[in-house]
Design a protein around this ligand. Structure first.
Ligand code: SF4
Length: 431
């Protein structure tokens, strides 16, 4: 825990970052810049990056006067914190009129003290599956080569290895190449939602681009089964997950997924079969549970229907459908998570807290994956029309209140393996 407040960072606009010791750093919540409690700063974890924010001036607290003022020395700086960590405050800055919209990354506050970089964040997940230190290029390249040679006619393996693993450096696809843990299975070129911050498709008129291109073909059940059965059979803590960042909505391909699950379970009972989804089609979810789907992760920016709808812009489904999908999987004894996009100032508002409590109770939810929202904060709040986020309690305090009220509810960042679902959830991954 820090004893004194760290100092603000700024950049010279050419990628060089400096500290300004005349200003203590602040954090952003909604539209407000706030002091960050000393015990909420941690050192920037390995794998984190710093970003300079063009056309933005950082907001700090003058070390002499205690007044808030802008850092006029350069552009504001933010941190991209690595997976398994949840940001508690965003970078606080004032945006100039012609500033470009920021790309689809998370912008956590960042500060400097005693030669170290600090961020207001918590490690929310023990699982080490996406630790930066755990990826070795030569092992990944050998694994990629092996899979491409083993499945020369499999379009999905080709997509996962050439695009996801070797181009986008997707941690899930890299784990597949290494033959461990969670195997990604993208299946859908289309989606029935129009999320403002969609990472696989951005409309022409938007100035930002999607971080990866959406899948362009519909894999067959045979293509899915061919490489997922060996993965489930041989990988440590094995699971496969339909629904990845490089596709649309997997439930639109439920018949193919159903066929694949039936075939997979003819060959192996090992591991967990999970689907990451927007939860839009509860009847399709029911059909998948009947053939052995083990777990579901439903993505959402909010537990409030109006905030959800103004971001997801759903086609022919609504918020109640994702609630029904969560309930359906529980009714079959399956594991349910929400992929909860954390946005300080929205997530920790009193209204959101009450809505989340209701959702947890109504769906008998098993887990919250507290994910950092990868989006330009001004752009997001502007697009969903939120001028005032209302009273907020702080993300850390909200987590503590939820943990206290729902002691069986798990917190994390990744889909759990069957070993964690059925066994010791707090399993020690280091050994
Ligand atoms: S549900 Fe997923 S794929 Fe569909 S628009 Fe939203 S982010 Fe994009």
């Amino acid at each position: 825990m820090l004893i004194s407040s760290p100092y603000i960072l700024y950049s010279d606009g050419e990628g060089n970052i400096f500290e300004d010791t005349s200003l203590y750093a602040t954090g952003r919540s909604g539209w407000d810049a706030l002091p960050v409690p000393a015990d909420e700063w941690i050192e920037l974890p390995t794998g984190g990056n710093l970003y300079e924010l063009p056309g933005r001036k950082g907001i700090g607290i003058d070390v002499e006067t205690g007044e808030m003022r802008l850092c006029e020395k350069g552009w504001a700086v933010a941190a991209f914190i690595p997976p398994a960590h949840t940001g508690l405050y965003m970078a606080a800055y004032e945006t100039e009129k012609d500033a470009p919209t920021l790309p689809l990354f998370c912008y956590t506050a960042a500060a400097w003290l005693d030669e170290k970089i600090y961020v207001p964040a918590v490690r929310i997940e023990k699982d080490i599956r996406q630790e930066a230190e755990g990826y070795f290029e030569e092992v990944i390249e050998a694994g990629t080569k092996h899979l491409l040679e083993a499945y020369p006619h499999n379009r999905l393996v080709k997509h996962l290895m050439e695009n996801c693993c070797m181009t986008y450096t997707c941690p899930a696809a890299r784990n597949l190449a290494i033959g461990r843990w969670e195997c990604p299975v993208p299946v859908s070129p289309a989606c029935n939602a129009n999320c403002i911050g969609c990472i696989s498709f951005q409309p022409e008129e938007e100035t930002i681009i999607s971080t990866q291109d959406r899948l362009t073909f519909k894999p067959s059940a045979e293509e899915i089964v061919e490489f997922t059965v060996p993965h489930l059979e041989t990988a440590p803590f094995p699971l496969i997950s339909f629904g990845q960042g490089c596709e649309g909505e997997p439930l639109l391909m439920w018949e193919t997924i159903r066929e694949a699950i039936i075939e997979i379970r003819k060959h192996t009972q090992k591991g967990s079969i999970n689907i990451n989804t927007n939860g839009s089609m509860p009847k399709a979810v029911k059909a998948l549970c009947e053939v052995g789907l083990n777990s579901i992760r439903v993505s959402t920016n909010s537990a409030r229907k109006n905030i959800y709808t103004s971001y997801y812009l759903p086609n022919n489904y609504d918020f109640e459908d994702l609630v029904e999908s969560l309930k359906t999987v529980r009714s079959y004894g399956g594991w349910t998570s929400i992929n909860y996009f954390v946005f300080p100032g929205m997530t920790d508002s009193i209204e959101e807290y009450e809505a989340l409590r209701k959702l947890i109770k109504e769906t008998d939810l098993c887990m919250i994956q507290w994910r950092n929202f990868n989006i330009d904060p001004d752009w997001y709040l502007g697009k969903i029309g939120v001028a005032d986020t209302g009273e907020c309690m702080g993300v850390k305090q909200m987590m503590e209140l939820i943990r206290e009220e729902f002691p069986n509810l798990k917190f994390g960042y990744f889909n759990p393996s069957m070993e964690r679902i059925k066994g010791n959830f707090e399993v020690d991954f280091a050994h």
